[in-house]
Design a protein around this ligand. Structure first.
Ligand SMILES: N[C@@H](CCC(=O)N[C@@H](CS)C(=O)NCC(=O)O)C(=O)O
Length: 210
């Protein structure tokens, strides 16, 4: 089994945090997606989505999508730390928050970033190179969508320590990366104090050397 990652990529970071939190070890290969390694053989043929992260199994099956990879690794390792929940209710709540954070925060901000910044010209869509023009207004739409999400999350975090209850879950990792993206584009979210405090707590935890 081999995990293909690029340490500077947010999606790879989600898997890296998951591995650190669960203690699961997987042999890892770095692909520099900024230099286009994903379009070179054998990676080009291995993963038709041309993105990191992706996991190559020993039976040659390839799994992409950060959350699918984490879920698979948690299941096959029977890890004692469960970031996808243990009961039906926990699993549903985690899935609910994870999807809201991706759909209302992560994707709108990423689409905005790709449509606004010079370095993404010709790379508006992840995993392909084409001459689709950038539409910078999408960045405004993204920030607005994320602001509404942060409002809801802020209220929710008044009654819970982590997003999907009092235990850390994959939804916290997704949410952490949403806030990281918001910070990278200098989005002002000072008014959402609970979101800020929760992100700071996660930032210390995820970046500690333990
Ligand atoms: N939804 C996917 C997103 C994967 C993705 O977009 N990966 C980016 C890095 S964060 C990538 O590899 N991009 C390559 C490119 O833009 O060509 C996931 O969560 O794994």
């Amino acid at each position: 089994m081999k995990l293909y990652q690029f340490d500077l990529a947010p999606s790879s970071n989600r898997v890296a945090i998951f591995l650190k939190e669960t203690g699961i070890k997987v042999p890892t290969v770095q692909l520099n997606v900024r230099d286009g390694d994903q379009f070179k053989e054998p990676y080009n043929s291995l993963n038709p989505f041309h993105c990191v992260p992706f996991l190559e199994l020993d039976n040659e099956i390839v799994i992409s999508e950060s959350v699918a990879i984490c879920r698979f690794l948690e299941e096959i390792n029977n890890a004692s730390i469960k970031l996808f929940g243990t009961t039906s209710q926990e699993r549903a709540i985690i899935e609910m928050w994870n999807r809201r954070l991706e759909i209302d925060g992560y994707l709108p901000l990423m689409n905005g970033i790709r449509n606004k910044y010079e370095r993404y010209k010709g790379k508006v869509l992840s995993g392909t190179r084409n001459d689709l023009p950038q539409f910078p207004e999408i960045a405004e739409w993204g920030v607005e969508s994320c602001r509404i999400l942060f409002q809801r999350l802020n209220t929710h975090l008044r009654i819970t320590t982590n997003v999907a209850g009092n235990t850390l879950s994959i939804a916290d990792i997704t949410g952490y990366e949403v806030v990281q993206r918001a910070i990278s584009i200098e989005m002002n979210f000072d008014e959402f104090e609970e979101v800020k405090a929760w992100h700071e707590k996660l930032d210390r935890r995820f970046n500690s050397d333990e």
